[in-house]
Design a protein around this ligand. Structure first.
Ligand code: SAM
Ligand code: SF4
Ligand code: F3S
Length: 470
């Protein structure tokens, strides 16, 4: 098992994590409790929400019983994600019975997808706020206090919250997420994100660099630049009369300090460029790790998914990454049982995995989302039992690859950023190497936030075990 919360894009261990700030010396009039579900973007958004609310004298608490306001930042990506949130809501019903003035708010993608219907379906909910409407939260909360239920799910073409300095929640003080763009223009047929997050828009390069600089000055040593499709980042810098591409942005952030590690997620195979790969090669502090979701190994299904690349194109991308960055860790997302998927298509996914031998893979069975292109055009015709069996086959194969990937690192030495004390042994630190693998080693004289060379002498399926070397 992994020792720590990986900074990856979707992380089951962080789902529903309750948030409270690292430290606070401000006395607030009221307190909110927030739980976040879904992708890292939702976690980053909760930090924007904390900032907006703190301006209105509402501070975060990690005890829901002590809160005046309970917020759930929700995800709609699969049916199961929504079910989990509905279940959590029923638990909050009890609290509301004991504390009638308690305000309950649904934020994020489920709020955007279900809009005002949520108020009818979930009677105890007071406010429903979509991802682009967080600036209006204080007003909506004030309305709710007077007994008025409130909904704002307006999507925006330009909201990026660029001027808001997020309040870091539940942070280890070392790693932070920085949103560089919002929304998605890609319209993959299975995906609800374009409907819940709206059109793609990039945040100004200057504000991103400022935020990363601020984090570095405050002791943070790693930033993960977030977007649904980071390679299509684009900013027109009117002062410099220049366009900023994702590769240029990466370079700007990497130049803040060689001691600041830079990661990013997610890369779309159709958009990641050689320019990005060469920028990664040029700067040692840009981590050699790429999350490159493939979704399926079958070109026929990729077409139906509207991914706009073929199996061969994807393989060529992986080859190119390995040619330019031989040590680069590669991870992926895969969907089992998409509409019309045959055994042959499934075998194509397995054989693609066998070719790529991913270091990490996030695998799901297809879950039809109302309103998506796939829901409108195709029948969800693969039986659940078949979806589950195929998913298990993908998971089993990946397990072999990830163990092989860990074993290949035994005997190597890595530069590890220390992120905290190991949960299993307080005499050990954990951190990660460049390729995003968790490393544990004896504490000795080192400190959190330092880099240390660690020789790996052993591994488990999720952790490299080592000792510091001079
Ligand atoms: N933007 C990223 C990309 O292009 O791959 C990923 C976005 S999505 C939030 C994360 C992952 O959820 C996807 O890569 C896909 O594998 C999975 N996913 C999305 N919609 C799904 C659905 N309807 N059923 C099952 N898995 C889904
Ligand atoms: Fe969804 Fe595709 Fe956009 Fe990713 S790129 S968020 S899978 S529509
Ligand atoms: Fe993220 Fe889930 Fe929305 S994955 S963008 S929170 S649907």
């Amino acid at each position: 098992m992994q020792e720590m919360i990986s900074n990856q894009y979707h992380d089951e261990s962080r789902q529903g994590e309750a948030f409270a700030p690292l430290t606070t010396d401000v006395l607030y009039e009221k307190h909110f409790y927030i739980e976040s579900y879904g992708c890292a973007m939702n976690f980053a958004d909760s930090e924007v929400v904390a900032s907006i609310l703190s301006e209105h004298q509402i501070g975060a608490t990690n005890e829901c019983a002590a809160a005046d306001i309970i917020l759930i930042n929700t995800c709609s990506i699969r049916e199961k994600a929504e079910e989990k949130i509905r279940k959590r809501l029923t638990e909050f019903k009890q609290l509301k019975k004991q504390k009638p003035g308690l305000i309950i708010g649904i934020l994020g993608c489920m709020a955007e997808r279900l809009k005002g219907n949520l108020l009818e379906e979930e009677k105890l909910v007071d406010i429903v706020v979509g991802p682009d409407a967080y600036r209006t939260l204080p007003q909506l909360l004030a309305d709710a206090e007077t007994g008025q239920k409130a909904v704002n799910v307006l999507l925006s073409r330009d909201e990026t919250y660029a001027d808001i300095s997020p309040i870091r929640l539940n942070s280890n003080g070392i790693n932070a997420f920085v949103s560089i763009m919002r929304g998605c223009n890609n319209m993959c047929s299975f995906c609800v994100v374009p409907f819940t997050r709206g059109r793609e828009r990039s945040r100004s390069a200057e504000s991103i660099v400022l935020e990363a600089e601020g984090l570095f000055k405050n002791g943070y040593r790693e930033v993960t630049l977030l977007g649904q499709n980071v390679d299509s980042y684009y900013w027109r810098d009117e002062d410099a009369k220049a366009n900023v591409s994702f590769a240029m942005l990466l370079e700007k952030v990497a130049l803040i300090s060689p001691l600041l590690r830079v990661r990013f997620s997610t890369s779309h195979p159709k958009d990641i460029t050689d320019e990005v790969l060469f920028t990664m090669k040029k700067y040692e502090n840009i981590c050699n790790y790429i999350h490159l979701p493939v979704q399926s190994g079958s070109t026929r299904l990729l077409q139906m998914m509207n991914r706009t690349y073929s199996r061969e194109w994807y393989i060529a991308k992986v080859n190119r990454i390995r040619e330019i960055l031989p040590d680069c860790g590669i991870s992926t997302d895969l969907i089992a049982g998409f509409c019309t998927e045959t055994e042959e298509d499934h075998q194509a996914s397995l054989s693609l995995m066998a070719y790529c031998k991913y270091d990490l893979a996030y695998m799901y069975f297809y879950s039809e989302r109302p309103g998506t292109l796939a829901a409108r055009r195709f029948e969800d015709d693969v039986p659940l039992s078949t979806k589950k069996r195929r998913l298990q086959e993908l998971v089993d194969l990946h397990r072999l690859h990830s163990l092989e990937s860990m074993q290949r690192d035994v005997g190597k030495t890595f530069n590890v950023l220390i992120e905290g004390i190991s949960k299993k042994n307080d005499q050990e630190f954990y951190g990660r190497n460049d390729q995003n693998k968790v490393v544990v080693f004896p504490k000795q004289q080192y400190h959190t936030g330092e880099y240390v060379r660690v020789y790996i002498h052993e591994c488990t399926a999720g952790t490299l075990i080592g000792k510091p070397v001079a």
